[in-house]
Design a protein around this ligand. Structure first.
Ligand code: ZN
Length: 496
């Protein structure tokens, strides 16, 4: 019996780019074993070293999450469709009330406490006011509402612009980046004249141009465990538009701890995800993905690319959910995981359950305050980690010095061929990360000193770790990847 398995975008490099493949088996375990036998590159992504299914990979039969069943023993019937849904990072309301259909904004149920609308505001929002679901009271709720956007990037751009236009009274934005030319393909709140400006300044100007009455509160800081609770406090909804796992978990935990709904969105290549986390009755991001993937295993948008219009679509879903939460109308995306596939132009919806054992929102939480998220995501060794972890890296400058000295180094570039066409280090061999397991034993020599590189150092760190497990003992990861090489050594090459 062959069963259809839907392959998510990040894993398609390991299935010859197919978005669905067939496998044989009577249980989920048998199916996945058959799948990884046919596509061996998937194995490292789906299973850990102990041969157990990784916790950041969720498996669904049809639209049911099977983690709370017997997972791998779960029988598969004829005609079932299996989905593999890994966590992806890319991108930036008081729950009990939401469940009861009551709005998340302050003054809920106390119309008198809501701010009045001026005559000009009545004209501005007239298309809202004639909707019975919004009306005068709903528009006053929007005016009273405070929404915090994490990131003024791809997702934060459409979210902030539309929320400002819709009349949300206070929009907070957390971002400390400057506008770069590579942002403009999708971050529509910024324009060419804004290149080099702070994203916050640029975003504030655009928001004010759309709606001068919007109160924009900018936080030009890196969100961290030290400042998140202070920044989040007082907001009605948080819109997560971050592009990395440490911040995702930080935003999730801070929202759960403070009881603020989190309109979640995530993007990668052609695929988007959205949900509402952090409400009392619904699941949180950790219920879905208790642990982050190891660094480098899941590429970021900077490494994997993203279709420019994709964050527009996903950001709109987040903005819509934020407005619904504020108004207390409709069915929020709580306990539902929406997946958008732009290439096939298809939406799928999966059911999510709250995990009673969730470390943050479960019945016996173990995470009761914010933690060190860089360390949690494996990006910084724990304080008690053995020294010498850094000896596996080489900087661009050291690398150049060694090349100039004539040291014999095998240079392996683990990016994709289309990235290699843009820029490369002379003399390097191209072996895309997914092909490393199959090609390393044939094309590389275990006694040679090998320098691996990718765009920013994440994928190559993974490749270096893999090579070490295969008996290659002299492997160095180029810290900061080719981008750092171009900055420090060879500025003549283009960056992407
Ligand atoms: Zn949870």
């Amino acid at each position: 019996m062959a069963t259809r398995i839907l392959i998510p975008t990040p894993l398609r490099p390991y299935t010859d780019r197919q978005d669905a493949v067939d496998a044989e088996g009577r249980t989920v375990g048998e199916l996945l074993a058959d799948l990884t036998a046919r596509h061996s590159g998937l194995k490292a992504h789906l299973y850990n070293d102990q041969g157990r299914l990784r916790s950041f990979v969720n498996v669904y039969i049809n639209d049911e999450d099977i983690r709370y069943l017997q997972k791998e023993q779960t029988p598969v019937k004829d005609g079932d469709t299996i989905s593999i849904i890994p966590s992806v990072a890319g991108g930036a309301p008081t729950s009990a009330e939401v469940a009861a259909g009551r709005p998340a904004s302050p003054g809920a149920g106390a119309g008198d406490a809501l701010p009045e609308l001026s005559n000009e505001e009545v004209r501005r929002y007239s298309r809202h006011l004639i909707l019975p679901e919004v009306g005068m009271e709903g528009q006053r709720r929007l005016k009273a509402a405070k929404v915090l956007c994490i990131g003024a990037g791809g997702l934060g751009s459409p979210v902030a612009l539309y929320l400002a236009a819709a009349g949300v009274g206070t929009i907070g934005m957390v971002d400390f980046d400057a506008v770069d030319i590579s942002n403009l393909q999708r971050q529509i709140i910024h324009g060419t004249p804004d290149l080099g400006r702070s994203k916050l300044a640029s975003a504030t100007d655009k928001i004010k141009a759309i709606n001068p009455r919007t109160d924009v509160k900018g936080y030009e800081v890196a969100l961290s465990s030290a400042n998140a609770l202070q920044i989040f406090e007082g907001y009605d909804v948080v819109v997560d538009g971050t592009d990395n796992f440490p911040t995702r978990y930080l935003v999730n935990d801070a929202c759960v701890l403070l009881g603020i709904p989190n309109a979640y969105g995530s993007i990668f290549r052609f695929e988007g995800q959205a949900s509402v986390f952090g409400t009392a009755e619904g699941p949180c991001y950790r219920c879905l993905y208790p642990e982050p993937p190891p660094p480098g295993l899941v590429p970021s948008c900077a490494e994997g690319g993203v279709l420019g219009v994709l964050p527009g679509m996903v950001g709109m879903i987040q903005a819509t959910e934020a407005i619904k939460l504020i108004l207390g109308v409709g069915e929020p995306l709580i306990g539902r995981f929406l997946i958008y596939d732009a290439l096939r132009m298809r939406f799928r919806e999966l059911k999510l359950r709250k995990d009673a054992d969730c470390p943050v929102c479960g019945t016996h939480p173990t995470v009761t305050k914010l933690i060190d998220y860089e360390q949690f995501c494996g990006l910084r060794p724990a304080a008690d980690a053995p020294a010498g972890a850094r000896a596996t890296e080489i900087t661009a400058v050291e690398f150049k010095q060694r090349l100039d000295r004539g040291d014999r180094l095998t240079i392996v570039d683990v990016r994709e061929p289309n990235e290699f066409q843009i820029n490369r280090i002379a003399g390097s061999i191209l072996i895309p990360l997914g092909e490393v397991p199959a090609r390393c034993a044939v094309e590389l020599n275990r006694d040679d000193e090998i320098v691996v590189l990718c765009k920013v150092g994440g994928r190559s760190a993974k490749a270096a770790d893999y090579l070490r497990t295969q008996g290659f003992t002299r492997v160095l990861n180029l810290r900061g990847g080719i981008l750092d090489w171009i900055d420090k050594v060879d500025p003549s090459q283009p960056k992407y």
